[in-house]
Ligand binder design. Sequence first.
Ligand code: ZN
Length: 67
Amino acid sequence: MESTSKERRYGVGGDNGTIPENKRCCVQPIIQTGRATLVTLQCNRPRGHGPNGLYCETHARSRGSKA
Ligand SMILES: [Zn+2]
């Protein structure tokens, strides 16, 4: 079961960040390296691939069949 009501977040703290999901973009969090705390940014490629069409082509492929 996958909850569709939960809004994804990015930024400082990853899922607990302050940046809301851009519903036109791939949902894959991009972890920013070189930071003391976890900071993520949403992938800025257009979605439309992978599970529920939530991923860009690149991330849908990288997730493989294990999704
Ligand atoms: Zn992506």
